[in-house]
Design a protein around this ligand. Structure first.
Ligand code: PLP
Length: 408
C-alpha cells in the first residue's frame, strides 16, 4: 500500500476556513431563514473592472483564430505584461526590476507555499504570529517542523509575536534564522511595516545571511504615503528579499487567478559544499518543471490594469473596499470596540469583548448578528483575543452587518 508523507499528519485539524465553513453551514441548516452576511474569508465581491474584462474577451477571440492563436505562454510571462509590471509597479517608485526577475503565476498563495521547496529542510524558519496560514502549513508539509503544541505552535518554527503594544509589528528574532516570512499590509492584523521596520529586517537578513519572503499581496491598499509598497524601495533589499504580488484584491482576480513573484538575480543560497547559487536560477528551474504559465487571456487582463482606464478602474475598486473599511472602523469604534487596521488594509482586527475568546466572539457574531468573521486564534496563538473582519463586501451588506453588530 502507498504510504503517506507523515508530515501531513502534523497539520492541525482542517485549514481555518473549512472550519468556519462548517460552523456557518451548521448555523444555516438550523436557521434556514437567517440572512447570513459573510465578512470572514477575504474574497472580493465586485465585478472585474470593465477595461480588464474587455481585454480578456478580446484575447479569447484572438485564440479562436488560427492566425492569432497562441499556445503555451512563455514560462515567466509575456513581455507585454512583464514590462508593464516593471514600469508601473516598481519603476514608478524608483525601483529597478528587470523583466526577467518577474515570474508570473496563478497567485500569491501558491508562490508563497511553493517557495520553501527550494530551501533545505534544515533551514530555521521564522514567521509572524498571527500569520497567513499558508506560510506555516507549507513548511509543516515539507517536514521543516515537529508536532504542534496545545496552542498550535509547531516545534522548530520561530514565532515572532505581533503584539498590540508594538502596533502588531513583528520583533526581530532573538536568534539566528534563515528564512523570514513578512506580510505588509498584513493579513490578518491590517498593520503595515514602516520604512524603519523594513530597514531593520533587511539589516538583520544581511547580517545573518537570511532571506526575506515578502508578501505584498495588499500593497494597493496602502493609503499612507510614508509606507513602502515594495520591500525593494529600501536599499539592500534586492540582495536578501523576494516579493510576492497578486491581482486578486486589486482587479478582482480571486477567481481568474494571477500574481507574480520577484526574485532578484543577486539573492543567493548556499549548498552543503559551501558553493553559492542564484535563487533566481533555482526558482526558474522549479517553475519550468512544475508550472506552465498563466493563460494568454488572463495576462491580457492583467496588462489592462496598467492602461489609463484600467488604472482608474482598479483604483476605484480598491477605494470602494477601503471606504467599506472606514465605515466599519467608525461604526465599531463608536459602538465601543477596539479596532485596528482598515486604514492601509482591507482587514479590521478587533479586540474580543471581555469574557469571550476569539472562537467565542466568532460564534456570538454568527449566532446573534448572523455575520461570519474569522477568529484571530485561527491565525496563530497570538491571534487569540482578536477577530478579523474583511471589508470585501457590498456596501449595503457592510451597513447591515454594522447595524446588527452595533445593536448587540
Ligand atoms: N497572501 C496573503 C497574505 C493573502 O491574504 C492571500 C489571500 O487571501 C494571498 C496571499 C493569496 O493571494 P492569491 O489570491 O493571489 O493566491
Amino acid at each position: 500500500m502507498a504510504t503517506l508523507n507523515e508530515n501531513y499528519l502534523k497539520l492541525k485539524a482542517g485549514y481555518l476556513f473549512p472550519e468556519i465553513g462548517r460552523r456557518t453551514q451548521s448555523f444555516a441548516d438550523a436557521h434556514p431563514d437567517a440572512e447570513i452576511i459573510k465578512m470572514g474569508i477575504g474574497d472580493v465581491v465586485r465585478g472585474i473592472p470593465r477595461p480588464v474584462a474587455d481585454a480578456m474577451k478580446d484575447a479569447c477571440e484572438e485564440l479562436a483564430h488560427d492566425e492569432t492563436f497562441r499556445g503555451y505562454p512563455p514560462g515567466q510571462g509575456y513581455d507585454f505584461l512583464l514590462e508593464h509590471i516593471a514600469e508601473h509597479e516598481f519603476g514608478s517608485r524608483g525601483v529597478q526590476i528587470e523583466t526577467d526577475e518577474i515570474f508570473l503565476s496563478d497567485g500569491a498563495k501558491c508562490d508563497s507555499a511553493n517557495i520553501q521547496e527550494i530551501f533545505g529542510l534544515d533551514n530555521v524558519v521564522a514567521m509572524t504570529d498571527p500569520v497567513y496560514p499558508v506560510y506555516c502549513d507549507s513548511n509543516v508539509m515539507a517536514g521543516r517542523t515537529g508536532k504542534a503544541d496545545d496552542e498550535g505552535r509547531y516545534v522548530g518554527l520561530v514565532y515572532l509575536p505581533c503584539l498590540e503594544e508594538a502596533d502588531f509589528a513583528p520583533p526581530l528574532p532573538d536568534r539566528h534564522v534563515d528564512l523570514i516570512y513578512l506580510c505588509s499590509p498584513n493579513n490578518p492584523t491590517g498593520a503595515v511595516l514602516t520604512r524603519a521596520d523594513l530597514a531593520r529586517w533587511i539589516d538583520y537578513a544581511r547580517s545573518e545571511q537570511a532571506i526575506i519572503i515578502f508578501d505584498a499581496a495588499y500593497e494597493a491598499y496602502i493609503t499612507d504615503d510614508s509606507i513602502p509598497h515594495s520591500i525593494y524601495e529600501l536599499d539592500g533589499a534586492k540582495d536578501v528579499a523576494i516579493e510576492m504580488r497578486s491581482y486578486s484584491k486589486t482587479a478582482g482576480f480571486t477567481g481568474v487567478r494571477c500574481g507574480f513573484t520577484v526574485v532578484p538575480k543577486q539573492v543567493q543560497v548556499v549548498s552543503a559544499d559551501g558553493a553559492q547559487h542564484s535563487l533566481h536560477g533555482l526558482w526558474n528551474r522549479r517553475q519550468s518543471t512544475k508550472y506552465n504559465g498563466v493563460s494568454y487571456p488572463v495576462q491580457r487582463g492583467a496588462a489592462a490594469c496598467y492602461t489609463p482606464e484600467g488604472k482608474k478602474a482598479v483604483r476605484e475598486l480598491v477605494d470602494f473596499y477601503l471606504a467599506n473599511a472606514t465605515i466599519m472602523r467608525k461604526r465599531l469604534t463608536e459602538a465601543g470596540y477596539t479596532v485596528f487596521g482598515g486604514d492601509n488594509a482591507p482587514y479590521l482586527w478587533i479586540t474580543c469583548p471581555t469574557g469571550l475568546d476569539s472562537w467565542g466572539f466568532f460564534d456570538k457574531l454568527l449566532n446573534e448578528a448572523n455575520v461570519v468573521s474569522t477568529p484571530g486564534a485561527g491565525f496563530g496563538a497570538a491571534g487569540e483575543g482578536y477577530l478579523r473582519l474583511s471589508a470585501f463586501q457590498h456596501r449595503h451588506l457592510v451597513e447591515d452587518a454594522m447595524n446588527r453588530i452595533c445593536a448587540l
